[in-house]
Ligand binder design. Structure first.
Ligand code: ADP
Ligand code: MG
Length: 255
């Protein structure tokens, strides 16, 4: 990574009761870069992503996006928690795409995409709708604008979720296993959209088990295990000649 980080995660710890889930995570992602996080189930990948946009409150450490501290402000050397309203404003710059789509079932594809620009950004409807249609076209769903989620395949619903995340023009997009809930034949269309975003310089952190895809789009592959980043580096370094036995063991299972 060169220059200032768009995403800067420092010394992050998180426990759930006695379970120490994140044990000192440091991660920097530069503007326009793609980091792909791999790691066994339970290693803390989702908790890390949720910590980045303050859906999960951290016990120690901090996250900055584009230089701005997330969830806190610093006054006189002390960190104070921001009000919910301010956290929501910050979160608007951090797109999040979940495994299980998270779109509103009672809204059409277009209504899902324009909902946040209208309510959060108070954009004029005409402008939001024009942008929403353009985003649906970008994810290959120009002809599905008026369909409801139940009328769409899983892959199409996930592409609506991506268009919805893009509608707030986020500084960074977080993907938590975006294709894990899809039937195998629908995985490709969602990966194609994410691939397109990577090409146009969107800063992204992607948790996935799709190793071939990681190799293709990642600037940095990050391997997590037991709440720590075990190693990270360019795809060939981590995927072809991992330095750590735990990375080798994981890759031998998923490849
Ligand atoms: P991953 O995404 O890598 O599979 P997670 O971040 O989801 O891992 O979970 C890491 C560990 O934290 C797991 O043992 C999980 O059961 C636990 N965990 C996650 N969220 C909670 C929660 N809200 N309460 C209690 N335990 C949790
Ligand atoms: Mg997870």
């Amino acid at each position: 990574m060169s220059g200032d980080a768009m995403v800067d995660v420092r010394g992050v710890h998180k426990s759930f009761g006695a379970l120490h889930v994140l044990r000192g995570v440091d991660l920097r992602v530069g503007a326009g870069e793609v980091a792909v996080i791999l790691g066994p189930s339970g290693s803390g990948k989702s908790t890390l992503l949720r910590g980045i946009n303050h859906l999960e409150k951290l016990d120690r450490g901090y996250v900055r996006i584009d230089g701005e501290l997330i969830g806190y402000r610093r006054t006189g050397g002390k960190l104070r928690e921001l009000k919910e309203r301010d956290v929501l404003r910050q979160r608007a710059h951090i797109g999040f795409v979940f495994q299980n789509f998270h779109i509103f079932p009672h809204l059409t594809a277009l209504e899902n995409v324009v909902e946040a620009p209208l309510s959060t950004l108070r954009r004029p409807r005409r402008e939001a709708v024009a942008q929403g249609r353009a985003l649906l076209a970008r994810v290959g769903l120009a002809d599905k604008a008026d369909q409801y989620p139940r009328q769409l395949s899983g892959g199409q619903q996930q592409r609506v979720a991506i268009a919805r995340a893009l509608a707030l023009e986020p500084k960074v997009l977080l993907f938590d296993e975006p294709t894990s809930a899809l039937d195998p034949e629908l995985v490709g269309e969602v990966l194609d959209v994410i691939r397109g975003l990577a090409r146009t310089g969107t800063t992204m952190i992607v948790v996935t088990h799709e190793i071939g895809f990681a190799r293709e789009i990642a600037d940095t592959v990050v391997f997590m295990d037991e709440g720590l980043i075990v190693e990270q580096g360019p795809p060939p370094a981590v995927l072809d000649s991992p330095a750590h036995e735990r990375t080798r063991a994981f890759l031998s299972k998923v490849l």
